[in-house]
Design a protein around this ligand. Structure first.
Ligand SMILES: [Cu+2]
Length: 312
């Protein structure tokens, strides 16, 4: 039937152990202490686990996961933190955690530098820089299989306002849970796809894994409050993915590494795999209602990457 291009039924989020609604605002900030050199030390614990997940109603996918979820936890740190990640591989294949950021060769998370055999552990350590919207993923080979099986997640570094006096207000608004930040509605969206029959093409597309999740259960936006989206593309097999918003325009910060927009007043942005950025927009002058957002590759939209904001 026209207009009903979607899936029927519901995904069992409880069985998956994660809900796309919670992933949107679930920030993993780790455990804080003081390092020997006096810096703030931020520790995370990550375990790779093989796990079957439901990516569309009744469609099961044999995923490889970080901490049992796809995408893995959204790791959030502050610029300049010393980051320590205790990584345990409880999966059936060798895996790594390769971070997009600045670190030493030893900490690159590739075969020969932080690849972890099943049952083993590795500790990654590096300084959180540069500030921005980043990601991490497994870098074992074959790379496309290890990534698309589900081993990826967002990695956000909030800017330190003291280091950016020229745009301190903007920086402060990005510091999680600061008074300025609480005015914003922040969401993390990882664009992904799933090749359920292993023919190197995706059968389903999504934001945060579950096809049509935010079409069935719209994301509530309080219209008076500005919106910030940390958008990351990890889609395998297709050269690009995209984000398009209806009836509105946004400013875009490519990689999130600047405090002034790199694109202004656009309603669509495309990203290649591993490209990411921050979107900022407002529905303050809109009437309440449902506003679509989706990939502007129609095929992706029809196969799951279709969603709604509900402005209230
Ligand atoms: Cu892997």
């Amino acid at each position: 039937m026209h207009g009903a291009n979607q899936v029927i039924g519901k995904v069992d989020h409880a069985r998956n152990g994660f809900n796309p609604k919670d992933i949107l605002t679930g920030w993993e900030t780790g455990t804080l202490s003081t390092a020997k050199d006096g810096r703030r030390l931020r520790k995370f614990e990550i375990t790779a686990i093989d796990k079957e997940i439901e990516i569309a109603p009744g469609v099961l996918f044999p995923a490889w996961t970080y901490n049992g979820r796809v995408p893995g936890p959204t790791l959030r740190a502050s610029e300049g933190d010393l980051i320590r990640i205790d990584f345990t591989n409880s999966g059936s294949h060798e895996h790594t955690m390769h971070f997009h950021g600045i670190h030493s060769a030893r900490m690159d998370g590739v075969p020969g530098a932080g690849q972890v055999a099943p049952g083993e552990t590795f500790v990654y350590e590096f300084t959180a820089e540069p500030f921005g919207c980043h990601l991490y993923h497994c870098h074992s080979f074959p790379l496309k299989r290890h990534i698309h099986k589900g081993l990826y997640g967002a990695f956000i570094i909030d800017p330190d306002p003291d280091r950016h006096p020229e745009h301190a207000d903007v920086a402060r608004s990005r510091v999680l849970a600061s008074p300025a930040n609480r005015e914003w509605q922040e969401f993390v969206m990882v664009m992904n796809g799933f090749d359920t029959n292993f023919d190197d093409e995706n059968e389903f597309y999504a934001v945060n894994t579950v096809a049509f999740a935010y079409q069935h259960d719209a994301i509530t936006i309080e219209r008076a409050r500005p919106v910030r989206i940390y958008l990351v593309n990890v889609t395998e097999f297709d050269p690009i993915n995209s984000f398009h918003i209806h009836a509105n325009f946004f400013d875009y910060y490519d990689h999130g590494t600047t405090l002034t927009p790199t694109l202004k007043t656009v309603d669509t942005v495309m990203q290649c795999q591993a490209q990411r950025g921050i979107l900022e927009f407002s529905f303050a002058n809109h009437e309440p209602g449902l506003y679509m957002f989706h990939a502007h590759q129609s095929e992706f939209a029809e196969l799951g990457w279709m969603a709604h904001f509900e402005v209230v």
